[in-house]
Write a protein that binds this ligand. Structure first.
Ligand code: SAH
Length: 343
């Protein structure tokens, strides 16, 4: 297996068969070697700095019905909320004061966030905090809509592809959601000049090692600027309520492979990883991650952006803990980098 990892490091690519062998291999020597190389490659480009992104969960309303997500429209017991522009701007104000220079507006696909409203909001944020980047993560929108948001000043867009394998995609989403539309939207984001993020969950029901290999090949082909990879965590009010959570070790392995396939990408240690493991942030960084996204949503809505079980208690994911995060990173020789951290 060492030779396979060496090939990955040298060539930044692997065949599907090699990816499958690597993902199926569970010896700890290969695991450590892979992570060691992933962190070495990340440090070559980024040093020991870890970028912060302030995550604002703007709405828990969603028109979609993804089988894995607690915000799915069929979940009648979900508590729905939507932040006002004033609330969002207050989050940015607090975040900016804490040193954050990227604001990520994430939410369900909520029709109340019209293009006109988002244009105004993006304009206000850019006017007040000209040196900050805006990342949107609002699901699929038309190319016209995305073009307007880009023109209004949004810099980046996160839209996880969720599954590069069409059969798996169909097993995770209702039939009114389309695999080809998802991938096409990602292409459009790139063409519009967004720094674009893709990604997937690890350990989601019906996912095989082959499908994970497909995801990694997709990442290698697209060379996205950002890659979000986190473990799947079941939510009680979804069809996957009885499924097991994704494996932390496999998640770290997939992150390390993604780092080696896309050496320049911005890769977060995700909230889902931190939810499953108190060590999530550090373990993520030690697998090649170089971004952490503290949650800066208003405290009163924190529990309601309930995409998976235990999320609201996620350790280390809020603005109050930026200092603690700094100490945590320092314990493994890293530090917080408060610059914008563009690709
Ligand atoms: N509506 C937006 C944002 C979705 S939330 C969009 O469609 O892009 C961001 C990510 O959380 C999703 O892309 C998904 O990969 C992840 N997610 C959703 N449910 C999850 C679960 N149960 N466990 C782990 N991650 C989950």
């Amino acid at each position: 297996m060492k030779a396979v990892v060496e090939r990955l490091v040298q060539e930044h690519s692997l065949t599907k068969q090699d990816l499958i062998s690597l993902l199926s291999c569970c010896d700890s020597a290969t695991f450590s070697y892979l992570r060691q190389e992933a962190t070495r490659i990340a440090r070559q480009r980024f040093g020991f700095g870890i970028f912060l992104r302030g995550l604002i969960e703007v709405s828990s309303y969603c028109r979609n019905d993804c089988f894995y997500c607690g915000l799915r429209r069929s979940n009648r017991s979900a508590e729905r909320y939507r932040l006002s522009d004033e609330q969002i701007l207050r989050c940015c104000e607090d975040g900016y004061r804490a040193g954050l220079r990227t604001f990520v507006l994430q939410g369900g696909e909520d029709g109340a966030f019209t293009d006109a409203r988002l244009e105004r909001l993006i304009g206000s944020i850019k006017h007040l905090y000209a040196d900050a980047a805006i990342t949107l993560s609002l699901g699929e929108r038309s190319v016209e809509s995305l073009a307007r948001l880009r023109r209004a000043g949004a810099d980046r867009y996160l839209l996880r592809h969720e599954a590069a394998d069409a059969t798996l995609y169909a097993a995770l989403h209702p039939s009114d959601m389309s695999y080809s539309n998802r991938l096409q939207t990602i292409e459009q984001l790139k063409e519009l000049g967004f720094q674009t993020g893709v990604g997937m969950m690890v350990g989601v029901p019906h996912q095989s090692v082959e499908s994970l290999a497909e995801d990694l090949l997709y990442i290698s082909r697209v060379q996205p600027q950002m890659i979000g990879i986190g473990p799947f965590i079941p939510h009680r009010q979804t069809p996957f309520a009885q499924s097991q959570a994704g494996d932390v070790r496999l998640t770290l392995m997939v992150m390390a492979i993604a780092r080696l396939l896309a050496p320049k990408a911005l890769i977060p240690a995700t909230t889902a990883l931190a939810t499953l493991s108190n060590e999530g942030v550090r373990q993520g960084v030690l697998s090649g991650a170089n971004v952490v996204m503290p949650n800066i949503s208003p405290l009163e809505v924190r529990g309601k952006y309930d995409i998976y079980e235990g999320k609201s208690q996620a350790y280390n994911q809020n603005i109050e803990s930026v200092k603690r995060l700094g100490a945590e990173l320092e314990s493994i020789g890293y530090h917080i980098d408060l610059s914008r951290g563009d690709f």
